[in-house]
Design a protein. Structure first.
Length: 216
């Protein structure tokens, strides 16, 4: 147990040292922002709702709006499942298509009028629904925010990093530690621990974890 404690302390020290970046530092023509699963089913109500996710809504919407104003494309991925989704063998029924749970939170959905693009997905890995790196070879900065750290965010970022590696493409995947979050279930899923462990694993896999993305 002492070794586990030491490992956690080392992880916390590593994460506390990550840098802050500025949105202005990124070339809009070479940058996208991926917002993962900020929908009503996860951020407001539903079988997989978490208040830890809901608390991120204002800042993620603010970042998305600022990105759009600078000409950065914003892709908002959301679970949109058929009633017989294979995923429901592993997770409770959630975010069935054409139900309120599958909709983006209202303040994020409102940004569709400013150019935000909504991507429906039927798995935990948004890259399988739409891979921006495969569509636009000019992209080199991929900013990732949303939920949850240890499932959909993790799979998206690691798969995207692996895709860039596989195809010898220049580029960096950034995950903003302050704008990703996971759920907490006492005795089953320790939110803070899982958040930290998977941020560290992202770093170990070549993803750039940053403390925050400043917009001013």
């Amino acid at each position: 147990m002492e070794n586990i404690k030491s490992a956690i302390e080392a992880m916390e020290a590593q994460l506390s040292g990550v840098e802050t970046v500025r949105l202005d530092d990124f070339d809009p023509a070479k940058t996208i922002l991926a917002v993962i699963d900020m929908n009503k089913g996860f951020a407001e109500a539903g079988a997989l709702y978490s208040p830890r996710v809901g608390r991120m809504i204002p800042e993620i919407v603010g970042l998305s709006e600022k990105a759009l104003s600078k000409g950065i494309k914003v892709y908002a991925y959301t679970d949109y499942h058929p009633e017989n989704a294979k995923e429901f063998s592993a997770y409770p029924t959630h975010c069935v298509g054409d139900t309120e749970e599958s909709e983006l939170v209202d303040t994020l959905a409102a940004l569709e009028a400013k150019g935000l693009i909504t991507i429906h997905k039927n798995s935990t890995n948004g890259i399988l629904a739409y891979n921006p790196a495969a569509v636009d070879l000019n992209l080199s900065n991929f900013l990732v925010v949303g939920c949850v750290t240890d499932i959909c965010v993790y799979q998206y970022a690691v798969t995207l990093r692996a895709y860039l590696n596989e195809h010898q493409l220049d580029g960096d995947v950034y995950v903003c530690a302050s704008l990703v979050q996971t759920f907490d279930i006492e005795g089953f899923h320790h939110g803070d621990l899982m958040h930290g462990l998977f941020l560290k694993s992202l770093m170990d896999n070549g993803v750039k974890v940053v403390k925050e993305i400043k917009i001013s």
